[in-house]
Design a protein around this ligand. Structure first.
Ligand SMILES: O=C1O[C@H](COP(=O)(O)O)[C@@H](O)[C@H](O)[C@H]1O
Length: 243
C-alpha cells in the first residue's frame, strides 16, 4: 500500500499511529511487541512523536523489544550511529526496559557480532515463526534499504538473518538484517521523503525488476504480511500508477 502525503508532519503522525496499533495488537496476541527501528533522517520526527503524549502513553513499553534493521559500524557514541539517534530522540524518554534494547553494535568484530545478533533473535523467536511485529525502513537515494546496498553480496543472502560486511564506498562496515528475515515481518513500514528519492522510488515501485540496482525491490512481505509505503509528494513526483 502506497500513501502519498503533502505534509511530512502528518506522515509521521500516521506512522506513529501505525506503530502504536502494531504494538497494541502484538501485545494482545503474543504478550510482547518486537520491532526493528531504522536510521537515517526519515524516522526522526516519528521517534520524537513516540516520545510524547498521546503516543508515549498508548505504547506498551514494558512489553516492547527494540532491535535495529541496520547500523553503521561505529560506537554508540558516534554521531553516525543509528542507535544513538534513536536513543536520544526516543529510547531515553520512554520506559522501555534497558535489557529489551538490542543495539546493532558491540566492541567486537562486526562479523562475529552479526552471528551473535542473529542468535539473540533466534532465542527470542524460539519455537515460533521468526516474524518481527513491525520493521521500520528508510530508502536511500540509491534505492538501498537497511544496509542492503546496490551490487553487494548481502543481496544474495538466503540463510543468514543478520550479516556484516565492509562497504567500500563508505569506508566502513555495515551490519544489517537480510531481506529474507525482513520479509517475514508481519508489518513493514517504509518512510521516504524528498525529491532526491523520486527516481529510486519510481524504479523500486514501478520500474523493471532489478534488485541489484534497487535493493528495496527485495522487500516483499510474506503472504498475510503488510507493507506500507508512507511517502511525501516530492518523493512520489515520478510515480504514475499510485496517483
Ligand atoms: O544509511 C542509512 O540510510 C538509510 C536511508 O536514510 P535516509 O536518511 O535517506 O532516510 C536508512 O534507512 C538506514 O537505516 C541507514 O543506515
Amino acid at each position: 500500500m502506497v500513501t502519498i502525503f503533502k505534509d511530512t508532519s502528518y506522515l509521521s503522525q500516521k506512522a506513529a499511529e501505525l506503530f502504536v496499533e502494531a504494538a497494541q495488537e502484538a501485545v494482545q496476541k503474543n504478550g510482547r511487541f518486537i520491532v526493528a527501528l531504522t536510521g537515517g533522517s526519515s524516522p526522526k520526527q516519528l521517534y520524537q512523536l513516540l516520545a510524547q503524549a498521546p503516543y508515549k502513553d498508548q505504547m506498551p513499553w514494558q512489553q516492547t523489544f527494540i532491535f535495529w534493521g541496520d547500523e553503521r559500524w561505529v560506537p554508540l557514541t558516534d554521531e553516525r550511529s543509528n542507535a544513538k539517534m534513536a536513543k536520544e530522540l526516543l529510547l531515553d524518554k520512554v520506559p522501555v526496559p534497558q535489557e529489551q534494547i538490542f543495539p546493532m553494535w558491540a566492541d567486537m568484530e562486526p562479523e562475529a557480532y552479526a552471528q551473535k545478533y542473529e542468535q539473540i533473535l533466534k532465542n527470542l523467536f524460539k519455537g515460533q515463526e521468526p516474524a518481527f511485529d513491525l520493521i521500520l525502513l528508510g530508502m536511500g537515494d540509491d534505492g538501498h534499504t537497511a544496509s542492503l546496498f546496490p551490487h553487494t553480496e548481502v543481496l544474495q543472502e538466503q540463510e543468514k538473518w543478520v550479516d556484516a560486511y565492509y562497504l567500500k564506498p563508505q569506508s566502513m562496515h555495515r551490519i544489517t538484517l537480510t531481506a529474507p528475515i525482513i520479509n517475514q515481518a508481519n508489518r513493514i513500514l517504509f518512510m521516504t521523503f524528498g525529491e532526491n528519492k523520486a527516481k529510486a522510488l519510481y524504479e523500486v515501485l514501478e520500474g523493471e525488476r532489478n534488485p541489484q540496482e534497487y535493493p528495496s525491490q527485495l522487500i516483499q512481505p510474506k503472504q498475510g504480511g503488510e507493507i506500507y509505503w508512507y511517502v511525501d509528494d516530492k518523493a512520489a513526483s515520478k510515480l504514475e500508477k499510485y496517483k
